[in-house]
Design a protein around this ligand. Structure first.
Ligand SMILES: [Mg+2]
Length: 352
């Protein structure tokens, strides 16, 4: 189907988020916008953040993200303070994904008239705590009346050199992730089932992963410094995000399920479902990178020296159909995962 013949009847729900972004980017190409606004050394739509070079030796990056009440959060299950932390953390994570340092944040709030002021003060306390931890200035924004609460957060940062790009992977590169995976998705399940009971330390620890994710800014800086050129953050689950990285790089990928680092509490609580949560669970905000084996080895040592946790090899990029990801078991046999990743306009519904 071409752009012209289908647009008249299509609705957002027919496309899904990624097909929608492709179509909007196509409009800009048709209208010849890239030729004027995106020279070869700038990044246009399709990476974790936009990047451009104001002077020959300095790159700036910008990322923006919106959260809408009852679509991305419910005030019945999320506190205002957690919402503030998480809204800013998601954007800071996209700066970390490029190997950059966040500098300034801008916050636009959509507010129904009955919104409690004490709640909004707590929202700002949550953002302030994250801003202090990452040395980030909350520099401005806007407030508007709206039928539900929404937040739109923009973060501007900078990066040494071009940083980490989704499109920089090569066949033969190893795929590796920081930290451990699946904690946030497990925490969401526990929260949606009523939250951790008294004395449930495992449940509380998993719920914390979901409510207060820590963006991997320090890890991203070390990975960039160590020579990693391809990477992204894990917001939608390893399987789906690896497909995006592979697609942007024009390659396929294989993930070895047994090598995916799981949150240490997952097996205890979820038994045989632990691997699925680690492979497909969203919102861990760890970093996924691809590089030749010697660069991965160097980066892994640099992270360990800086006490910034492990870098675990989970698979490799391969020649083949762009964006196709195979998952294999310990014997190398293909596995069919049950669920790929979140798609914001698809059938997956509320994410937190
Ligand atoms: Mg991202």
């Amino acid at each position: 189907m071409t752009h012209d013949e289908s647009s008249a009847t299509l609705r957002v729900a027919d496309l899904g988020e990624f097909a929608l972004i492709d179509r909007l980017a196509a409009v800009l190409r048709e209208e010849a916008v890239p030729a004027r606004s995106a020279p070869a050394d700038e990044l246009a739509i399709g990476d974790d953040a936009a990047a451009w070079r104001p002077t020959p030796d300095r790159w700036e990056i910008l990322t923006t993200d919106a959260l809408v009440e009852n679509v991305h959060f419910r005030l019945s299950t999320t506190t205002w303070r957690e919402l503030g932390w998480k809204a800013l953390a998601e954007n800071v994570s996209d700066v970390a994904a490029m190997g950059g340092r966040p500098r300034r944040a801008f916050v636009t709030l959509g507010l129904p008239p009955e919104t409690p002021i004490a709640g909004l003060e707590e929202l700002y306390r949550g953002m302030a705590h994250l801003a202090c931890e990452f040395d980030l200035v909350i520099a401005g924004g806007d407030t508007v009346a709206a039928p539900v609460v929404f937040l739109s957060v923009t973060v501007v940062g900078e990066v040494e050199g071009p940083g980490l790009r989704r499109s920089a992977g090569q066949p033969g590169d190893l795929l590796a992730v920081t930290g451990v995976l699946g904690g946030s998705a497990a925490g969401l399940e526990i929260l949606e089932a009523g939250g951790p009971g008294p004395g449930d330390d495992v449940g509380r620890s998993l719920a914390h992963c979901h409510r207060n994710p820590s963006p991997r800014v320090r890890q991203g800086l070390v990975l960039n410094e160590a020579g990693i050129r391809c990477g992204m953050d894990l917001s939608d689950g390893l399987l789906g995000d690896a497909a995006k990285l592979a697609r942007a790089s024009g390659v396929g990928a294989t993930i070895a399920l047994a090598s995916v680092p799981m949150h240490p509490c997952l097996e205890e609580r979820f038994g045989p479902r632990a691997a699925e949560l680690a492979l497909t669970g969203g919102e861990d905000y760890e970093l996924l990178v691809a590089a030749p084996a010697d660069v991965i080895g160097r980066a892994e040592q640099a992270l360990r020296r800086a006490r910034l946790g492990p870098l675990s090899v989970v698979g490799r990029l391969e020649p083949g159909h762009a964006g196709q990801v195979r998952v294999v078991d310990a014997a190398g046999r293909p596995i069919q995962p049950s669920r790929a990743s979140w798609d914001h306009f698809g059938r997956s519904g509320t994410r937190r």
